[in-house]
Design a protein around this ligand. Structure first.
Ligand SMILES: Cc1cc2nc3c(=O)[nH]c(=O)nc-3n(C[C@H](O)[C@H](O)[C@H](O)COP(=O)(O)O)c2cc1C
Length: 410
């Protein structure tokens, strides 16, 4: 299928920092638990799903710092789950300590996503299911998935309907994660939020960027406020929360019911403790020494080894990106960073940790500052003719799903 390319030049309302709330107003922020049907999130802070990051070892670390939040697993491709792909099944695992087992499903085909939801329900795999309508990655949007899907209201509605219906049989709440739209000429978030609400979603998370904005500039929090005004179900605000004060500012500015944190906690799982403190009106913040960070790295490495069924090599390879984030801003030389990237075993990691000075204090200059991806999209890839209408024709559905051997309805 050919790609439709949307020109994203000039497509930026971002860049301005929206945290223009007087500090006095932040003190007045009070947060109530958020109820998602039978599931209650006592501290309304969500670990936003991140592919390659939010597997159970990382979630366990985050949850230890913020025991009452919601920690969502990275997206599971519905068809991979239906095909029982071993990698997908590994990502569906939870640690015994996880209080709310939260899975995110990604699918384009309503029938296959429904089948995946049925597996989750029949096998008691999760307590909460989130649906991914926010992914901007070309390989996803060029198939009409992720943040491209809300544009096609018929598929979007049907997919939510089918998943909610299956999950309702087990009283599992379903939520939806969306973006503002494809670009500012093709915004979908208010309508998508309304549809999600009507079809039985218990909450919506809005990443306040368009697909075209990808991860560039600053998210536009005013859109979160607009969505909050539009919906009756809880709204989680998402985008550019780098520190606890950002979380307070987003709530004060938008009235959102809770916040979702992605990149801000990469290499900083203690951010969940900071935000919990902030929501409780406390100024307490955690800025660990290098020695304390190393204890977290060691624990992370051991948990990853368990995740990979004892395979230290896979664990330590997975750990590499986390180590880069953990060490961000610390005066640790290039040779040491490189040595971490070449570790092949837990012993190698221990050895490199042993070479660091545990007394070094947390670097001020990276506290609550942006980290991780920060780019605009070069272009948005969509299926051919995607933007021509808001619903799909028979031919378009055929092109999207027609040759799918897993889909009995085609
Ligand atoms: C490495 C990475 C992987 C991501 N994977 C997912 C994903 O699997 N599902 C999803 O809904 N969003 C995913 N996201 C988006 C985040 O959940 C979040 O919406 C986005 O990063 C904006 O929040 P932030 O500014 O707090 O990072 C990912 C983001 C990053 C940086």
């Amino acid at each position: 299928m050919a790609d439709l390319v949307v020109d994203v030049r000039g497509d930026s309302n971002v860049g301005e920092d929206p945290r223009s709330v007087a500090s006095g107003a932040l003190k007045d922020v009070t947060m109530a638990p958020v109820r998602l049907g039978p599931v209650t999130v006592n501290t309304p802070v969500v670990l936003s799903p991140m592919a390659g990051v939010t597997n159970w070892p990382f979630r366990v670390l985050c949850e230890e710092y913020g025991p009452d939040g919601l920690y969502v697993a990275e997206m599971i491709t519905a068809r991979a789950l239906v095909a029982r792909n071993p990698k997908a099944l590994r990502l569906c695992r939870f640690a015994p300590s996880e209080r709310i087992r939260s899975l995110q499903l990604y699918g384009v085909n309503p029938s296959i996503t429904e089948q995946a939801a049925k597996i989750v329900v029949d096998e008691g795999m999760a307590d909460h299911v989130d649906l991914n309508f926010g992914c901007p990655v070309p390989k996803v949007t060029r198939r009409g998935g992720g943040s491209a899907l809300p544009w096609k209201t018929d598929i979007f509605t049907e997919l939510i309907q089918r998943v909610v219906k299956v999950c309702e049989t087990a009283n599992i709440p379903v939520t939806a994660k969306i973006r503002v739209g494809i670009d500012h000429e093709h915004e979908t978030f208010l309508e998508a939020g309304r549809i999600a609400q009507e079809e039985g979603c218990k909450a919506v998370t809005l990443h306040a960027r368009t697909t075209a904005e990808y991860y560039g500039g600053h998210s536009d929090w005013s859109r979160i406020g607009e969505l909050k005004q539009t919906l009756d179900i809880p709204v989680f605000g998402n985008g550019d929360i780098w520190g606890a004060d950002d979380a307070l500012a987003m709530v004060a500015q938008t009235g959102c019911d809770g916040v979702a944190i992605g990149r801000g906690c990469q290499g900083r799982p203690w951010l969940f403790a900071d935000i919990r403190h902030a929501f409780e009106g406390s100024d307490e913040r955690i800025n660990p020494t290098l020695g304390e960070v190393c204890r977290v790295i060691e624990r992370h490495a051991r948990l990853l080894t368990e995740f990979y069924d004892g395979d230290e090599r896979m664990a330590v390879h997975d750990l590499r990106k986390h180590v880069a984030w953990y060490l961000k801003g610390f005066p640790v030389g290039g040779a040491t960073r490189k040595a971490f990237m070449e570790c092949e075993s837990l012993a190698d990691v221990e050895r490199e940790i042993g070479r660091l000075d545990p007394e070094v204090r947390f670097p001020e200059r990276v506290v609550d500052k942006p980290r991780g991806r920060v780019r605009f999209a070069k272009k948005v890839h969509l299926p051919y003719g995607w933007l021509d209408s808001r619903t799909t024709t028979h031919e378009e559905r055929e092109a999207l799903f027609g040759d799918d051997p897993m889909d009995a309805s085609y």
